[in-house]
Write a protein that binds this ligand. Sequence first.
Ligand code: SD4
Length: 332
Amino acid sequence: MKRRDFVKIGGLGATAIIIEGCNASGKPEKKEILPLVDLNETKVISTWSSGLKANKTAIKILKNNGSALDAIEKGLNVVESDPENTSVGVGGLPDANGNVTLDACIMDHNFNCGSVSYIKNIENPISVARKVMEETPHIMLSGKGAYEFALKNGFSHKNLLTESSKKSWEDWKKENNYKLPAINHENHDTIAMIAMDRKGNMATGCTTSGWAYKMEGRVGDSPIIGSGVYLDNEVGAACATGLGEAIIKICGSHAIVELMRNGVSPQQACKIAVERIKKSNKDLKDLQVGFIAMNKKGEIGSYSLYSGFNYAYQDIQRSKLIDSQYDLDWEN
Ligand code: SD4
């Protein structure tokens, strides 16, 4: 049999095809080919309405057989570079001392992950997180080290404090005497995203400027693998937005993936995580959290503690903003 005589001789369910033939030196060889997932299965979800435009960039990549990892990075870059979003990247609201400090992390289908926390003056921290994942033996770089690593890898220094975010910070100092604003329904829109590519691989990522006017040095859930995001490619992925301190306490995203591993639907898993948040925090006033999840079958779900959380859904035909199910009304 010649090399070109490879023939399809058997299947492994819907996931792989085994072909047999000869290699270049004429030796018998078996090859396993993973067929592409039906284009209709390719999808991406992300938190809040700014997810709509991030998803558009992500789906273009996925449609062209790009990887879920590229879709996550490039999708999140769109929002990081948008000065209108006051919770992410350029234009993100600063800490109490006026420094814009960013957190981000990314995870692929092989449990590879990378993260940056408390990074300043870099427009696209999710891309730095990916470099940490791909170019270093570490998972998380923080502060000055993360910044210097970024510069060495071709990222440029940028002032992220816009005129408008500076003014908001100055007004806050005058009006609130350094009292932290609540993370409630009005003042946060961190983006966290999950994508499934045509190989059936998933990836997830999250990027944020964190809690507006936080104490200098504060880091939230968003760069913490297991809290801000988690993915097991055999099971599914979850990610979070809202009060990081509450999400970290229950390792929110990891908890959801473990629930899905045990057969719980993405929707129900997000709801159970929110119930754990309720149990682990005495004071729920102004404590908004929201989770989104997708399992290996492409089923999706979300749940938030309070009303007002939404997420963006995109597949090859549809783009829509979905109001999340929730536990409590803000009004009550
Ligand atoms: C944090 N989880 O730093 C982030 C904040 C957030 O939309 O999600 N804002 O705690």
